[in-house]
Design a protein around this ligand. Structure first.
Ligand code: NAD
Length: 254
């Protein structure tokens, strides 16, 4: 089946839905300029996650973690939401169909695109905290801390080490966020996966939960996923290109 035919089917699914929940992964941000971590040149090909991105590594060698994080942080702050993020904002605000975005990304591009309910399963680089006194800081304050020359940056209140509110390997998902995500999934009549390999757990339990609680499933991902055979429509293509076409067809059929 051609992409055009798949797009037509996707538009039909969206047209019939009243409670859409989107589930996104690293792939949705690739067209913004943030590579997924596993592809050639991605972060994990240059920084071994066991050494740089586990919670125990952070506690013992926080400067190593911060070397990697500084690079990721500069990249995230230099990019903008792409047409796929903007399409999800349109599905919420123009069409009134999208209720929640559940994301594995830490780049807060969905919030920047304008979606109002964004559940960040793996946290976000928008907020940081001191691991000693738990004081929280906006990302905009971190440059000031880094400018003092202290590396890794330290809390101005207690000198504790600062950490972004992202989930490292070995840390649990924030329970309330994960529970809210599961509640939203059970309400969905259409679950749209965009840019996720669906192999990172427990996030990957959400698409099967959607199907088992009666939702239809649309998957938009460059590569095949383990859930393709359970989906009503699967499109293997770039998210931004396809979502732009979907939104323009939806506008014509309005
Ligand atoms: P993943 O890297 O496992 O999978 C990404 C998927 O996106 C791949 O299957 C790939 O085929 C697909 N893809 C690549 N470019 C695409 C495009 N233009 N359009 C559509 N699909 C595209 O990503 P994941 O499942 O999100 O898991 C990786 C983990 O790494 C997550 O836990 C996440 O926290 C983290 N991560 C976050 C960011 C970010 O915040 N932007 C970036 C990289 C990794």
């Amino acid at each position: 089946m051609s992409h055009e035919e798949q797009i037509t089917q996707a538009v039909e699914l969206i047209g019939q839905a009243n409670y859409i929940v989107a589930f996104t992964g690293a792939g949705i941000s690739v067209e913004s300029g943030i590579p997924d971590f596993r592809s050639a040149g991605g972060l994990w090909t240059r920084y071994n996650p066991d050494e740089y991105a586990t919670y125990s590594a952070f506690l013992t060698r926080p400067e190593k973690y911060w070397t990697m994080h500084k690079e990721l942080r500069s990249l995230i702050l230099s990019v903008q939401p792409n047409p796929a993020h903007i399409a999800l904002a349109a599905l919420e605000h123009e069409f009134g169909k999208l209720k929640t975005v559940i994301t594995q990304n830490v780049d807060f591009l969905h919030t920047r695109a304008g979606n109002s309910v964004v559940l960040e399963l793996h946290g976000s680089t928008r907020i940081y905290h001191c691991i000693s006194c738990k004081a929280e800081y906006e990302y905009t304050e971190i440059d000031t801390f880094l400018a003092t020359g202290q590396f890794p940056p330290r809390c101005p209140k207690c000198e504790g080490i600062i950490k972004p509110n992202t989930i490292l390997f070995g840390e649990s998902l924030p329970f309330d966020v994960y529970q809210s995500a599961r509640d939203e999934v059970t309400k969905a009549d259409l679950f749209i996966v965009i840019g996720s390999s669906l192999v990172v757990y427990p996030a990957a339990t959400l698409p099967p939960l959607a199907v088992s609680t009666g939702s239809r499933l649309l998957i938009l991902n460059v590569e095949p996923t383990p859930m393709d055979n359970k989906a009503d429509v699967v499109i293997h293509a770039k998210a931004g290109e396809i979502m732009t076409k979907i939104i323009s067809k939806l506008k014509k059929s309005d």
